[in-house]
Write a protein that binds this ligand. Structure first.
Ligand code: ZN
Length: 288
């Protein structure tokens, strides 16, 4: 837990971010997966073709005498191989593969299992609807957390946390605060006082923030170019392009990382600018 907290701070991810969102954004894999890979790697060494080794003879003996009925390292290993749809330990002993083949097979199986599981878990959270779940790749950080060479590192480090909070629904809106605090919080936007403060209202419609968003929305539309007629899209689709461009564009444009990064860069600008202005207004509101 401590390590996860530190990693969230390093990656500018809110401490309240859900586990699936944390793994998708960071590209990290659960500790359980790493422990299982270590166990499978050790067993792969034991199962190498040399039948005369003491370790291999001991493995045969343990699996033959006790099978899966006794709690031992080998019976636990059988549980692990079943979990990742790998051959059972006895089959591996009798038909061993090379060390490099075993490494490739086990890494592929373990990462595929956790990839599926993390994506399935993420889909159960309605709060993660703007996070491209299919984007999860073990040991690859999510594209929108990457800072490209053309971006100013210090500036992007300030902007990133705001968009990350928005995408993972950990950015505090009046409407979500009202939902979680029942009758004690008014969902009405504190800035314009005309509508419930939802994400769509904050990013696209609040009249008090219009002067901050006008130019940046124009820049987003320019970055989208002819591929996406951004200004003609409905609010819901505009929001999805801005918050989840990596999963909303078609396959051809998904390969154009510069194109996607440019749209994402302007979205981060927008989120940060709106956040700063909202903060200024909120301070003013509290003084009134
Ligand atoms: Zn408003």
């Amino acid at each position: 837990m401590f390590l996860e907290k530190v990693l969230k701070q390093i990656l500018s991810i809110s401490l309240t971010t859900t586990d699936p969102a944390f793994f998708i954004l960071s590209g990290l894999v659960p500790v359980e997966a790493i422990i299982h890979l270590r166990a499978l790697s050790l067993f792969g060494n034991i199962a190498l073709p040399d039948d005369s080794s003491i370790e291999k003879r001991l493995a045969y003996r343990q699996l033959t005498i006790h099978g899966h009925t006794r709690s031992s390292w080998f019976s636990n290993l059988a549980i692990i191989t079943t979990k990742y749809e790998l051959p059972n330990p006895m089959e591996i002993l009798m038909d061993p593969v090379s060390k490099s083949q075993w490494k490739t097979i086990t890494i592929r199986a373990v990462y595929a299992y956790w990839g599926r599981r993390i994506k399935q878990q993420a889909l159960t959270y309605s709060s993660l609807k703007y996070l491209s779940v299919d984007h999860y790749n073990p040991w690859k950080i999510h594209s929108f957390l990457r800072i490209t060479e053309t971006q100013t590192r210090s500036r992007e480090v300030n902007r990133l946390p705001v968009k990350t909070k928005i995408v993972t629904s950990t950015y505090s809106m009046q409407s979500t605060r009202a939902a979680f605090n029942n009758l004690n919080v008014d969902p009405t936007c504190l800035l314009c006082k005309t509508s419930s403060e939802t994400l769509e209202h904050f990013i696209l419609h609040c009249t008090k923030l219009q002067h901050m968003r006008f130019q940046i929305l124009h820049d987003i539309a320019s970055a989208c170019g002819e591929n996406i007629n951004f200004s003609q899209l409905c609010s819901r689709e505009q929001l999805r392009i801005m918050l989840d461009v990596y999963s909303t564009v078609d396959v051809v444009h998904k390969r154009n990382t510069k194109y996607l990064a440019e749209i994402d860069r302007h979205t981060q600008r927008l989120c940060h600018a709106l956040h700063c202005e909202r903060k200024n207004y909120s301070h003013f509101y509290l003084r009134e």
